[in-house]
Design a protein around this ligand. Structure first.
Ligand code: GTP
Ligand code: MG
Length: 194
């Protein structure tokens, strides 16, 4: 996909603030520090569009980006970070639940660090998407940190842990090599009917 425009629209806390124009939405989520902002920037070929931070858990609101004036990329808060309070955790969960319930998106992109075993939070998020009726595209980030051999081993471990449905794809990515960049766009495009 050729990106002609990317605009930050709003950081929403509740549903009254969601865009009301019925354009398709693709939702992105992942554990804190998984590389979500980097991935979004890399997909859009833009530096520092979605904030890249060294401090885990910086993205705490539902951020709507309008791409090519034709669909939204929706960045929901990173989950499972140790440094937030229980009250904040509940607030995030409620906010995410409210967004997913609104069914504005049909594809959820779940980011997983290719080097790590998915944890309970990752599984919870996958099942959350599933229960709300979303198809899930799993992006395995930071693939440049592993050899091809290790990539295949990790993919198997991650697959065995998540046990995805047949139509939920799992694709490795690296912001350095941009491996699978076009394939990922092809999948996203198939959901936005461009
Ligand atoms: P929060 O918003 O803070 O939860 O983090 P995030 O998931 O948005 O991660 P972010 O994009 O800020 O990246 C976290 C760290 O991982 C940064 O130091 C990135 O440079 C690094 N990183 C992200 N993607 C890759 C990748 O493909 N390869 C390598 N080597 N590093 C990456
Ligand atoms: Mg981020």
């Amino acid at each position: 996909m050729k990106i002609t425009s990317s605009e930050f629209i709003i950081s929403a806390v509740d549903k009254d603030q969601y865009p009301k124009d019925n354009l398709p939405q693709i939702v992105f989520s992942g554990r804190s520090n998984v590389g979500k902002s980097s991935f979004i920037n890399s997909l859009l070929n833009i530096k520092n569009f979605a904030r890249v931070s060294q401090t885990p858990g910086k993205t705490r609101l539902i951020n709507f980006f309008l791409i090519n004036k034709s669909f939204y990329l929706v960045d929901i808060p990173g989950y499972g970070y140790a440094k937030v309070s229980q009250a904040q955790m509940v607030h995030f969960a409620t906010m995410i639940d409210e967004y997913l319930k609104s069914k504005q998106a049909s594809l959820a992109v779940l980011l997983l660090d290719i080097r790590r075993m998915p944890n309970e939070d990752d599984l919870l998020m996958y099942n959350f998407f599933k229960s709300f009726g979303y198809d899930v595209l799993m992006i395995l980030t930071k693939a440049d940190k592993l050899s091809n051999n290790q990539i295949n081993k990790q993919k198997k471990i991650i697959r065995d842990t998540i046990q995805p449905r047949d139509n939920d794809q799992m694709i490795e990515y690296s912001i350095q090599s941009k491996v699978n960049h076009d394939l990922i766009w092809d999948i996203i495009e198939s959901y936005i009917g461009d």
